[in-house]
Write a protein that binds this ligand. Structure first.
Ligand code: KDG
Ligand code: MG
Length: 407
């Protein structure tokens, strides 16, 4: 079997999905996702200019060798652009392998460890009342876990995840600007208010609800350590990205002061970015995604290292990931012995379903993987003609005095 051709498509309903299609001489094709949020043209270009020409003529069944060829062969290794591009190729090759075998991808990893994978929704409120209502909405839909982000009194944009642009907090998806929006952040106001939010959530919803919260890299290690200790009594499922993810030693201070579960990794691209914190058991959940962390082959290696250090999975699942990489994660979630939870925002608009038809479902707060061969997602090229690339940016963040801060 040989790869004959590969093509990259950029665009989608409300998102610039980067979709790779790899074709073979036997008519079987594979699909991968290289959507690097708000920098989408870069992995697309990397694929077209550098990787696809080397793929032609290769046997698609040799996914490990092809992964090593692109990773070791690049010399300038890692980074989100190249890892997203390699990741898309890798996903497409596992898709082909599954289709050739007539098996869903999870069967190629070792079969199912569970039927449904618990997902968490984003509950967001511009104020506490709105947040509590949103949590109730998700609970009534069967979700057992929610990520809670709340507007902070006195902060103009309200904090991470509250853009102030969305009226409908139940279907919150960040509306990115065509130039970066500027948000204002104040750690003191945030630290004063957030414990009260957790208290009210526990008062209203009791101890069973799994409550997650994303600090989005905004605190210093000392602030995060004190915050973690203060909110420990609310029994969070996890505290995400309490400090900038690249400073891994910051976690030591947090660990010394609190047992709050820590989740990190959505900005990591490789095993090398997270191996020290996994091996030193400084985290509880690893948040890499198959898109940014080099595809299934490499993400699986991270999951296996995590498993021997009591670290569970919590793959990144922001709406920037297309249904293809969400399916790839779904297959890993079905198999992983150390599965924790999956971030999942229901993308299931009719437009998205038409572009990426699949039988995967999200019901009662669980992702249910279909048994279709490969990754189990298709891509409608006619539908794709409706969309083209639209430039977008993440917001940037400043402190009240104008100092730049972390988005
Ligand atoms: O591209 C960045 C977003 O995916 C990120 O801000 C979302 O933090 C995020 C999350 O936990 O989903
Ligand atoms: Mg996050």
């Amino acid at each position: 079997m040989k790869i004959t051709h590969a093509e990259v498509f950029v665009g989608g309903p409300g998102k610039n999905y980067v979709t790779l299609k790899i074709m073979t001489d036997e008519g079987v094709y594979g699909l991968g996702d290289a959507t690097l949020n708000n920098r989408e043209t870069l992995p697309a270009q990397y694929l077209t200019d550098y990787l696809i020409p080397c793929l032609i003529g290769k046997d698609p069944m040799n996914s490990e060798d092809i992964w090593q060829y692109f990773y070791r062969g690049a010399y300038f290794r890692r980074g989100p652009i190249s890892m997203a591009a390699i990741g898309a190729i890798d996903m497409a090759l596992w898709d082909i392998k599954g289709k050739v075998a007539g098996l869903p991808a999870y069967q190629l990893f070792g079969g199912k460890s569970r039927d449904g994978a618990m997902v968490y929704a984003h509950a967001t409120g511009s104020d506490l009342e709105a947040l509590l209502d949103t949590i109730e909405h998700y609970q009534s839909q069967g979700y057992k876990a929610v990520r809670v982000q709340c507007g902070i009194p006195g902060m103009p944009a309200g904090g991470y995840g509250i853009s102030g642009k969305n009226d409908d907090s139940k279907h919150f998806i960040t509306q990115y600007g065509t130039l970066p929006d500027e948000e204002i952040w104040d750690s003191e106001k945030y630290l004063r208010y957030m414990p009260h939010v957790f208290e009210k959530i526990r008062d209203r919803f009791g101890p069973e609800l799994k409550v997650l919260h994303d600090v989005h890299h905004r605190l210093t290690p000392r602030e995060a350590a004190a915050f973690g200790r203060e909110v420990e009594k609310y029994n969070l499922f996890w505290l995400e990205d309490p400090t900038p993810a690249e400073d891994q030693m910051a976690l030591k201070l947090i660990r010394e002061h609190t047992t709050i579960p820590i989740a990190i990794g959505e900005v990591f691209n490789s095993l090398w970015d997270c191996k020290d914190m996994i091996e030193q058991e400084l985290i509880d959940f690893i948040r890499v995604s198959v898109t940014y962390a080099g595809g299934i082959t490499h993400a699986k290696r991270i999951v296996e290292l995590a498993a021997i250090h009591h670290v569970r999975t919590g793959f990144h699942g922001a709406p920037s990931h297309s249904p293809i990489s969400m399916a790839a994660q779904g297959h890993l979630n079905a198999w992983a012995p150390n599965f924790g939870i999956q971030e999942y925002l229901v993308l299931g608009t009719p437009e998205c379903d038409a572009l990426f038809p699949s039988e995967h479902r999200c019901e009662d707060g669980q992702f249910l993987i279909s048994d279709a061969p490969g990754l189990g997602v298709d891509f409608d090229e006619n539908e794709a003609q409706r969309y083209s690339y639209e430039r977008r940016y993440h917001p940037v963040v400043r402190l009240e005095d104008g100092t730049m801060w972390n988005y």
